[in-house]
Design a protein around this ligand. Structure first.
Ligand code: PLP
Length: 404
C-alpha cells in the first residue's frame, strides 16, 4: 500500500521538536537527573543546568536572569502574570485587555470579572489590530493591569505593543498607582526578535512548544521591581513564585530551542513568508469566494487564515485530514466547540465566512512541496463540499436566474 503523504500546517498549535533540542535534553533524563533543590552532586549539576538555561533565555530577550521564571506552559504564565499582579496589589483593580486574546488570558479575565474586577475588552479593526487611541480612552483611575497579546494565534495580527507601552509610560509618570503591562508573546517568541526593554512591557509570556521546543514548559519575564504574588503554593522554587520541582530536561530544551530559533529568525521569516504567499496566491487564483482574514503587513508571516464561504471549517478540516493535511479551524483549544471564532467575530468577519475559516500555519521545516500538495488537494475538496452545501447551491441558482 502507498504511504499517505503527510503535510503538517498546524504549527501555531504546536511544532515538531528540533532534533538538536531532543539531543540536548536527553542526558537530563538519564545522567543529570537530580533535583535542582538538592545539595549533593546530582542536585548541583541540575541546578547548574537550570541557571545556565535561565541565563541563556534572559540574554536572548535582553533581560536579567533573575527576571526569568519557568512555568508549566504559556497558559500558566498568563495566569501568573494576571492573577499574580492583581493578588500582589490586593485591590479590585480595572484591567484592560482585547477581544482577541487567547483563552488563557480571556478566561482568566472573565474569572476576575466574576470576582468583582472590572475588565475592558478593546475592539480590533478588520485586520485584527487594536487602536492605541481606544486604549488611551479605556484608562481609568483604578486601572491596574493591561494585558495585550503580541501576535494573535488565529490570524497572526501583531499588536502595537511598543506604542501602547510608550503611552503607558507617559500616563504612569503622572500617577501614584502604576499600571502594569503584560504581553502574551507565545506566538512571536523565536519568530520575531524579542527585546523586553525595547517592547517596554513589565511582564511577557513564552511557551517552548511553539518554537520547536518541548511541550509543557513555559516562561515568564517579570521586570525587576514589579510585584507579583504566587498563585500556587509550595516550596521555594523559581524565586518563590512558581513552586514545584523544576522540569530540568524541558527547561534545557526551552533554552536550546529559543537559541536555535533566535539564531535563524531572518531565514525563518523569509521562508515562511514565501510559503504563505505561495499558498495565498494559489488559493486566490483557483478557488472562488474566499476571504483572507488578516495576514497583511501587520501580521506574523507564519499564519494564513482563510474563509471558504458556504462550507463548514470542521468539514474541510476533516476532508483535508483524510488526505494527510493537518490544519486548524482556529485555536486548537476551541476546535472542539461549535462556537464561531471570537477573533473573527471581533474582526467583524461575516458569520457565513467565519464558519468556513481555516488556519494554515507554517514552520521552518515546511517546504514548497507541502504547499504544492495542498494546492493540488484543496480546490477539489472545497468544490466537493460546496456541491453538498444547500447555501452554495441556492446562491448559484439565484445567480443563474439573475444572469438569464
Ligand atoms: N497564548 C497564545 C497566544 C497561544 O497561542 C497559546 C497556545 O495556543 C497559549 C497562550 C497557551 O500556551 P500553552 O499551550 O503553552 O499553554
Amino acid at each position: 500500500m502507498l504511504k499517505q503523504k503527510k503535510v503538517y500546517l498546524d504549527n501555531s498549535a504546536t511544532t515538531i521538536v528540533d532534533a538538536e533540542v531532543v539531543r540536548e535534553m536527553q542526558s537530563y533524563f538519564s545522567d543529570i537527573y537530580g533535583n535542582a533543590s538538592s545539595f549533593h552532586y546530582f542536585g548541583r549539576q541540575a541546578k547548574m543546568a537550570l541557571n545556565s538555561a535561565r541565563k541563556k533565555v534572559a540574554d536572548i530577550v535582553n533581560a536579567e536572569p533573575e527576571e526569568i521564571f519557568f512555568s508549566g506552559c504559556g497558559t500558566e504564565s498568563d495566569n501568573i502574570a494576571i492573577l499574580g499582579v492583581i493578588a500582589a496589589h490586593c485591590k479590585k483593580g480595572h484591567i484592560i485587555t482585547t477581544k482577541i486574546e487567547h483563552h488563557a488570558v480571556l478566561h482568566t479575565c472573565k474569572y476576575l470579572e466574576k470576582n468583582g474586577h472590572e475588565v475592558t475588552y478593546l475592539d480590533v479593526d478588520k485586520d485584527g489590530v487594536i487602536s492605541v487611541e481606544d486604549f488611551k480612552k479605556a484608562i481609568k483611575g483604578d486601572t491596574l493591569l493591561v494585558t495585550i497579546m503580541h501576535a494573535n494565534n488565529e490570524v497572526g495580527s501583531i499588536q502595537p505593543i511598543e506604542s501602547v507601552a510608550s503611552e503607558l509610560k507617559k500616563i504612569n509618570e503622572k500617577r501614584k498607582d502604576k499600571i502594569y503591562f503584560h504581553t502574551d508573546a507565545v506566538q512571536t517568541t523565536g519568530k520575531i526578535q524579542l527585546n523586553v526593554k525595547k517592547l517596554g512591557i513589565d511582564l511577557l509570556t513564552m511557551s517552548a512548544h511553539k518554537f520547536n521546543g518541548p511541550k509543557g514548559i513555559g516562561a515568564i519575564y517579570i521586570r525587576k521591581g514589579v510585584s507579583v504574588s504566587p498563585i500556587t503554593f509550595g516550596g521555594h522554587h523559581e524565586g518563590e513564585l512558581r513552586p514545584g520541582t523544576e522540569n530540568i530536561p524541558c527547561i534545557v530544551g526551552f533554552a536550546k530551542a529559543l537559541e536555535i530559533s533566535s539564531n535563524r529568525i531572518e531565514k525563518y521569516s523569509k521562508k515562511v513568508f514565501t510559503l504563505r504567499e505561495k499558498l495565498k496566491k494559489g488559493i486566490l487564483n483557483v478557488i472562488p469566494d474566499v476571504i483572507i482574514n488578516g495576514s497583511g503587513n501587520k501580521a506574523v508571516s507564519s499564519i494564513l487564515n482563510v474563509s471558504f464561504s458556504y462550507i463548514e471549517g470542521e468539514s474541510l478540516l476533516l476532508m483535508l485530514d483524510m488526505k494527510g493535511i493537518a490544519v486548524s479551524t482556529g485555536s486548537a483549544c476551541t476546535s472542539a466547540s461549535a462556537e464561531p471564532s471570537h477573533v473573527l467575530s471581533a474582526m467583524r468577519v461575516n458569520p457565513i465566512s467565519t464558519q468556513g475559516a481555516i488556519r494554515f500555519s507554517f514552520d521552518y521545516n515546511n517546504t514548497e512541496e507541502d504547499v504544492d500538495y495542498v494546492l493540488e488537494v484543496l480546490p477539489k475538496v472545497v468544490s466537493n463540499l460546496r456541491l453538498m452545501s444547500p447555501v452554495w447551491n441556492n446562491q448559484k441558482t439565484f445567480k443563474n436566474k439573475n444572469e438569464n
